[in-house]
Write a protein that binds this ligand. Sequence first.
Ligand SMILES: *Cc1c(COP(=O)(O)O)cnc(C)c1O
Ligand SMILES: [Zn+2]
Length: 394
Amino acid sequence: MKLICFECKSDYSDKSFQYQCHCGGLFQVVHDFKAVDSEKLRRMFAERLSQRMSMHASGVWRYKELIYPELPEAFVTTKYEGNTGLYASESLQAYTGVRQVWLKAQSENPSGSFKDNGMTVAVSHARSLGKQKLACSSTGNTSSSLAMYAALAGCKAYVYVPERQVSENKIKQTLAYGAEIIRIAGTYDDGIRFLEQNYEELGLYVCNSINPWRIEGQKSMIYEAAQSLNWKIPDWIIVPGGALSNAVSLGKGLNDLYMLGFIDHLPKVAVVQAEGASPFHRMIEGNHPTLIPELQPQTIASAMNIGNLPSWRKAQAMLSQTKGVTVSVTDEEILAAKQLIDRSGIGCEPASAATVAGLRKLTASLIIDPDETALCVLTGHILKDFASFLDYDN
Ligand SMILES: *Cc1c(COP(=O)(O)O)cnc(C)c1O
Ligand SMILES: [Zn+2]
């Protein structure tokens, strides 16, 4: 395994762990899969589905060989995350306009969001380095997840959360796990910038999506979905776009599966942003060479209320590789989709519903064909964020 700068390709494998290359680029974990026997792995992944108490019972560590093969088991910090439901939703077919819709309920993770898939790996890596002080900037779910794993590992979590526009449920969950919360008079983006500039002096290990180990862990979402479908991948995978960790990890995970012959083609990917926080969509749509940050992001989908996205170059590369697209949806479209998802018995928080709203929009505009199949990733739990609910649903 190597740690390589995504931009200038410098090799930082032998340097002390950091988050940004001298050129400003983010790092990427690069595995050497040359010696991997795909057939044997596929059998092992199937056998591990019957495990209950070992690390391989986790929906992340089941795939350890593709995520972090070198990590000694003693450092693995797991709550058997992943193992989330994949639901065929008949009730959403008419609404979205495609013949088959699957919902991957990452909301069923132990802290209630997909952040657990990545966090288990980041915290395990931090332990292997002997780090005791873990930190993140968060709109609420990253902090809940980090707080949970830090407590499990016996480490201290410091979370930087905006003063406004954050779900109080997530704040209370984070506090309950024993984390220290620092409320900042700014946005998620200000929190990230603060950590990037000060982590070294403060001795903090940063668990945001600039951390390449978060991305490695989150690849397991698509491994698990593909395994559930007997390695037959849907035509489209739809993810929400906040800080773009879903988009980036999905691209990397799909690439692994394709390179190793688990799937025979790459599906197309759609990244859905909320209109009031959609700098990535505007960059792609407008063919801009770089991302122009949104200084005052504003959406009811608080988990996606992010204006400056450090991982945009990685996400852009993923889109061109998968011939993917971006789309933005309004808060009204998000809430309408959420109501249907909730009433279908699956349920999710607003940011997750953006995927179904986006799928509907892409089908209506003929970018997605009614004859195609789609998998929407539901990122967060129905209990996470009720700010929007009472106004809308009565
Ligand atoms: C973090 C989060 C998002 C945004 O995901 P990214 O990977 O940062 O783009 C979307 N929905 C929920 C529920 C989240 O917690
Ligand atoms: Zn570099």
